[in-house]
Design a protein around this ligand. Structure first.
Ligand SMILES: [Zn+2]
Length: 272
């Protein structure tokens, strides 16, 4: 391990040097980076699951507005896919995003599950060039929250597949979990979530590549988060795991324990 220290340190320094040019609010040609903020759901689409007490669409809009204020103050040009309680089709959201150059896309959501104990923060990306943005946002949001870290995940959500820029969807906790729902109903917690997402946006260029390991990462660099690739689960694999789960418990307990987000894996065109 010690033998590798010098080259790894060099790689780490190089990474942080290269990073300096990319995490500013302006892109290399001097034009401002546009952050397209997508508040999940809206209008008749409340988000979450039927009977859910805390409305996801209201919480996403509130966090999105707070995020807009923070990023605007940092010099970013900010665009909202919605700024009121209206329904905006997914294709309209991605169309808005794709009409900007030098843009990144951040979709704000909250999770839900029929199992009340399901909790935690998870961050999704799809295109490989979105991984550093996902890593940075997840690093800050999961790190700044008392909630469980459910990791970075790769999945083909519509808004992630149809945006041609770095794009991330962050699930800022489960509104069906009584503890997390009580956090989210507190304005100062929503402000904190927005600040952490903004910190991730600002730091997206300082995510260490997989070559420079976290052991020698500088204080400012963020380790590349390991992720679960949920786009590669095939039908045969699913049925295999179901069979083996049956074998072990015979009562299919494992399937009832899945969160709704996991259950939605098959229908990736739906919004989170
Ligand atoms: Zn959602």
């Amino acid at each position: 391990m010690r033998r590798n220290f010098v080259p790894l340190l060099a790689a780490g320094l190089l990474t942080s040097f290269l990073a300096c040019s990319s995490y500013a609010a302006k892109s290399s040609d001097g034009s401002p980076t546009t952050v397209v903020i997508d508040a999940g759901h809206g209008g008749y689409d409340r988000g979450g699951i039927p009977g859910q007490r805390v409305s996801e669409k209201d919480m996403t809009l509130d966090v999105a507005r707070r995020l807009r204020s923070i990023l605007s103050a940092s010099g970013y040009r900010v665009v909202m896919t919605r700024d009121s309680d209206v329904f905006v089709p997914l294709g309209t959201r991605t169309g808005i995003a794709n009409s900007y150059r030098n843009a990144i896309f951040v979709s704000v959501h909250f999770n839900s599950a029929t199992r009340r104990s399901a909790s935690g923060i998870e961050t999704y990306f799809y295109n490989r060039d979105s991984l550093s943005l996902a890593s940075a946002i997840h690093h800050y949001v999961a790190g700044g929250s008392p909630s469980e870290n459910r990791g970075v995940r790769r999945r083909g959500y519509f808004v992630l597949r149809r945006t041609n820029m770095p794009s991330v969807l962050v699930e800022c906790g489960f509104l069906t979990n009584p503890t997390e729902a009580s956090y989210v109903q507190n304005a100062s917690y929503r402000q904190k979530l927005a600040e952490e997402i903004a910190a991730g946006v600002r730091s997206r260029g300082s995510v260490a590549s997989s070559r420079s390991t976290t052991r020698v990462a500088t204080a400012e660099s963020i380790p590349l988060q390991p992720y679960i690739d949920q786009t590669r689960v095939t039908k045969s694999k699913k049925s295999r795991s179901k069979r083996s789960a049956k074998k072990s418990s015979r009562k299919k307990k494992s399937s009832s324990k899945r969160s709704t987000s996991e259950a939605r894996a098959a229908s990736s065109d739906r919004e989170a």
